[in-house]
Design a binder for this molecule. Structure first.
Ligand code: TRP
Ligand code: SF4
Length: 374
């Protein structure tokens, strides 16, 4: 496959099978080249230690800033469309990690993108954002400390001024090259808005220069590349500098494809009732063999297994315990039925606990974010 065929489209639902290509074609760097440096100042997140966060651009600059005790900020966001599932949770887990390292947090509710690209109504976007996203963020442990949590449609005037200035630094040819010939006006507005999301914390009146890291999935990389170019082009005029970024692997869907909020069979939501969640999990594709005999002989393939992903990405925080689960599978000590039962038990426990925190979080939503009036 050539670079021409291998495109990243932030709005399609393709699965990325070959993460190596992202290094080769797009210049994303392997995360393991910066993890030791990070270790010198902070314990890396388990998603980093486990290679789930696999790539970066200029993350070493952020680590240097942490080492020198300089200010740094995190910018990321999610679209309020559909339920918040375990794939989305990874983004917020990272935000909380950086918040505990004293970062300033800019967390975007991409309601304008949801409206223009996903055609979600204003009412739906607002309700979904508050009920399915913000309340879950709080339940996951997001704090009010150093937090700017905002709707793209309801924010500071200087952010909107930046949105109005960005077009001068972009050409239609560039947008077509990045997003395809058929890019439409709604996508253009979403891209420009996202560029402003990432760059506005560096505006002079909003605190001025600071190191920025954007933790995202690799589908967002076209936005990141464009944002880095735009920052450069504003360097003289507004003093903006290119942000850093990190990239995490997507979770696989339970039904074989990508985990996607448009297919409820593919995901488990953070607010799923435990019985339904367990049902979905028990039906999931695994890395098991055709027969029990074969599996005892050859072992399973955890690297191809969604159940194992649930362990590694969410359910087993302890590295040693995860290693045991990996080896038990690999050596054929455990069969998928038994393994799924253990995952179901951990998942049920998690969901019940999360639901408790969610119920307590719901009434606090308005303390965290200001709601647009239409
Ligand atoms: N486009 C992102 C998504 O599809 C949401 C988003 C909006 C975002 N602004 C951002 C992500 C800024 C990272 C940084 O979910
Ligand atoms: Fe997946 Fe567990 Fe089966 Fe291994 S034993 S393939 S981890 S379900």
């Amino acid at each position: 496959m050539s670079i021409v065929e291998f495109k990243l489209d932030p709005w399609s639902h393709v699965m990325i099978k070959d993460y190596e290509k992202l290094f080769q074609y797009f210049g994303i760097r392997p995360f393991n080249e910066v993890i030791n440096k990070l270790k010198s100042v902070a314990e890396p997140h388990y998603l980093m230690r486990r290679g789930i966060i696999f790539g970066h651009r200029d993350f070493d600059r952020v680590v240097d800033a942490i080492i020198r005790g300089e200010r740094f900020a995190v910018v990321t966001g999610l679209m309020p469309s559909g339920k918040m599932h375990f794939g989305h949770k990874m983004v917020i887990d990272q935000v909380i990690y950086y918040q505990r390292l004293d970062a300033e947090i800019y967390l975007v509710i991409a309601d304008i993108e949801a409206y223009n690209v996903r055609r979600i109504s204003r009412d739906d976007a607002i309700n979904i954002a508050l009920r399915d996203y913000v309340a879950n963020y709080i339940a996951l442990g997001l704090d009010k400390k150093n937090l700017h949590l905002y709707f793209q449609s309801n924010y500071k005037i200087k952010y909107y001024r930046l949105i109005q200035l960005i077009p001068r630094k972009l050409t239609l040819a560039e947008l077509r090259a990045a997003y395809g010939e058929d890019i439409d006006v709604g996508k253009v507005i979403s891209v420009i808005t996202q560029i402003a999301d990432i760059l506005h914390p560096q505006l002079k009146d909003l605190g001025g220069f600071k190191h920025i890291v954007v933790p995202v999935g690799p589908d967002q990389d076209p936005h990141i590349r464009l944002t880095r170019d735009v920052a450069q082009r504003f360097n003289d005029e507004l003093g903006l500098t290119p942000p850093s970024s990190t990239y995490h692997r997507f979770m696989s869907g339970l039904d074989g494809g990508k985990m996607s909020s448009s297919r409820p069979e593919s995901y488990i939501s953070l607010n799923e009732d435990p019985a339904t969640a367990v049902q979905k999990l028990m039906k999931a594709f695994t890395g098991g063999r055709a027969t029990a005999e074969e599996q005892k002989k050859l072992g399973g393939e955890p690297e191809k297994c969604v159940v194992y992903e649930f362990y590694a990405y969410h359910l087993i925080p302890d590295d040693e315990e995860l290693r045991r689960a990996y080896l038990d599978c690999k050596l054929g000590n455990v069969l998928c039925g038994e393994c799924k039962l253990k995952a179901a038990e951990l998942l049920t426990k998690y969901l019940i606990q999360h639901n408790d925190r969610y119920e307590k979080a719901l009434p606090k939503v308005s303390e965290y974010v200001e709601m647009p009036d239409f």
